[in-house]
Design a protein around this ligand. Structure first.
Ligand code: NAI
Length: 268
């Protein structure tokens, strides 16, 4: 029996990368999945692949920047499969050309990223929670980012939006815990999704490798397995948490090399 047998899950941004990997793994574990994505062709293809492998899946259109579209995706899930047990709010955007430092960032981009990255989490949860209460509980999972914990020279809106996702996760967990609804987040470090692979030159990947505690990069499945755990009843006593899946990139004090240098000098 699969770890998610009998469950129904809605995954936003499920046509590619982290969302796709999570959808495939959830389906393998027995969940019926609705893959909702701006790229509706990609969502349908992903669902078809899952069905060919014996799973149950449907691909639909979603614009996570539009509340009506989010409501329709939740309603579709319930009408298609009779209930919703798992909502994976995974869509998130960044824009390296417009999401800059505080003085120079494009304010319209700030609003757009807050809308897509944070408000979509609020609205997905708002529409799914009444159905989850009817179903006797549920699990909401949000994709945050390590950018919500550590700052950067640019991407101010992205970082602030992902920090908001971390805290909103706790609010949802607090407000609906007694209804047996859990809410957790996963905070990826660099994950080699197709988009990340295409956008990053080897030199930049080497910089990331240098600061990872582990000798390899993250893959979409590293997030997917974490999401399956949070979606399944195996994590039934875990709520309000954000699990950092980042290869140990952010765990060490960044001044350690300088301190080692200092120690060497003082010992000699
Ligand atoms: P991706 O680009 O591989 O996939 C994102 C999917 O979301 C695509 O299928 C795209 O069509 C869909 N999408 C984009 N805007 C949408 C919208 N408005 N409505 C509906 N669907 C939309 O991206 P990836 O890397 O899998 O990212 C997924 C999540 O992981 C995002 O929230 C991102 O911020 C987060 N993340 C990713 C990291 C990485 O290194 N890949 C690191 C930290 C966080």
């Amino acid at each position: 029996m699969g770890r998610m047998e009998g469950k129904v899950a809605l995954i936003t941004g499920g046509a590619s990368g982290i969302g796709l990997s999570s959808a495939i793994l959830m389906a393998k574990e027995g969940s019926k999945v609705v893959i909702a994505d701006f790229n509706v062709e990609g969502a349908k293809e992903a669902a078809e692949k899952i069905r060919v492998q014996g799973g149950e899946a449907t691909g639909i259109f979603l614009d996570a920047g539009d509340g009506k579209s989010i409501e329709e995706a939740v309603d579709f899930t319930v009408s298609q499969y009779g209930k919703i047990n798992v909502l994976y709010n995974n869509v998130g955007l960044t824009n390296l050309r417009k999401d800059l430092d505080v003085v120079n960032m494009d304010l319209e981009e700030w609003d757009r990223l807050m809308n897509v990255n944070v408000k979509s989490v609020l609205l997905g949860s708002r529409y799914a929670i009444p159905h989850m209460i009817k179903a006797g509980g549920g699990s909401i999972i949000n994709t945050a980012s390590m950018a919500g914990f550590a700052s950067d020279s640019i991407r101010s809106a992205y970082g602030a939006s992902k920090a908001a996702v971390v805290n909103l996760t706790k609010y949802i967990a607090t407000q609906y815990g007694k209804d047996k609804i859990r809410c957790n987040a996963v905070a990826p470090g660099l994950i080699l999704t197709p988009a990340a692979k295409n956008n990053m030159v080897p030199e930049v990947l080497d910089v990331f490798s240098k600061y990872n505690a582990l000798p390899y990069h993250g893959e979409p499945e590293d997030i997917g397995y974490t999401v399956v755990f949070l979606a399944s009843d195996e994590s039934k006593f875990i709520t309000g948490q954000t699990i950092q899946v980042e290869g140990g990139h952010y765990i060490a004090n960044p001044s350690i090399p300088d301190m080692k240098e200092f120690a060497k000098k003082t010992q000699s």
